[in-house]
Write a protein that binds this ligand. Structure first.
Ligand SMILES: NC(=O)c1ccc[n+]([C@@H]2O[C@H](COP(=O)([O-])OP(=O)(O)OC[C@H]3O[C@@H](n4cnc5c(N)ncnc54)[C@H](OP(=O)(O)O)[C@@H]3O)[C@@H](O)[C@H]2O)c1
Length: 249
């Protein structure tokens, strides 16, 4: 799909990867609708890029559907949906509050399903593109991030299943799988990223990959690309992968 003139709804646009996506797509001539909770940061982004903003708390039931309806009311169509909003939590699963688990599942999985359900009929009619920002945690599993990894694995399965279902329609589906990205994500989840390697990538790298996935209709993009190696090892040699993972984390 051409980015110029496309109406693109980006969730999680007020920070990190989402804000980088808004800047990248606005530069390419898209009409960007930037959704998030923090209205001050959204207003600054709108002043910088010309994007329209739609504040929404996606942890609330039906918030995804309502956000989609507001975007359609403003533009009558959404050509591209970038399901990027996400929240993490790290710590022993036994100590995780129910409310936090509910929030992760609502923002990371339920809201993208709601948004997709609301926007898909129009896309099937005119053509469109669905982008899902997953995580390497959803592909491999990560100790101390069980619910986050589960929410991203669910998002992955949703996206892959939709891709199979929509082959005869005019709707493309892309899954973008980032590794470690330099955003406020880690501070906000309550546990900073402390490892020396892999080094966090700038969010612009993920934004470029998302733009490329839309233009070239890429089904799956790892950022960085080498991340497909541990995923392949886990698929082909699961016992070897488990030994390596327990040694190197
Ligand atoms: N950073 C990484 O290393 C990394 C790695 C793999 C995957 N990812 C994924 O990349 C995506 C973007 O994360 P990021 O790194 O850019 O983190 P971030 O800087 O913390 O941004 C998260 C975004 O999600 C929004 N969000 C969170 N809770 C929300 C809610 N209840 N309702 C509406 N919006 C909500 C935030 O909005 P407000 O700021 O307005 O609350 C913010 O715009 C997430 O899906 C994350 O899981 C990140």
């Amino acid at each position: 799909m051409r980015l110029t003139g496309a109406v693109v709804l980006v969730t999680g646009a007020s920070s990190g990867i989402g804000a980088a996506v808004v800047r990248r797509l606005a530069l390419a001539g898209s009409q960007v609708v930037a959704a998030g909770r923090d209205t001050n940061r959204l207003a600054r982004l709108a002043a910088e890029t010309g994007a329209t903003t739609l504040p929404a708390d996606l942890s609330r039931p039906n918030a995804g559907r309502e956000l989609a309806e507001q975007a359609l009311a403003r533009y009558t169509r959404v050509d591209v949906l970038v399901n990027n909003a996400g929240v993490g939590w790290a710590g022993p699963f036994a100590g995780m509050a129910d409310s936090l688990a509910d929030e992760l599942l609502a923002v990371n999985l339920r809201a993208p399903i709601e948004l997709t359900r609301a926007l898909l009929p129009g896309m099937c009619h005119r053509g469109g593109h669905l982008v899902f920002v997953g995580s390497i945690a959803g592909r491999l599993g990560v100790g101390g991030e069980a619910v986050y990894a589960a929410s991203k694995a669910g998002l992955d399965a949703f996206a892959q299943s939709l891709r199979l279902e929509l082959t005869s329609r005019r709707v493309a589906v892309s899954t973008v799988v980032p590794g470690v990205v330099d955003t406020p994500f880690f501070a906000r989840r309550g546990q900073p990223y402390r490892r020396r390697r892999p080094r966090p990538l700038p969010p612009d790298r993920v934004a470029d990959a998302i733009a490329d996935a839309i233009v070239r209709d890429r089904a799956e993009v790892y950022v960085p690309r080498w991340l497909r190696v541990p995923v392949a090892v886990r698929g082909l040699l699961p016992a070897v992968y488990r030994r390596l993972a327990s040694r190197f984390g």
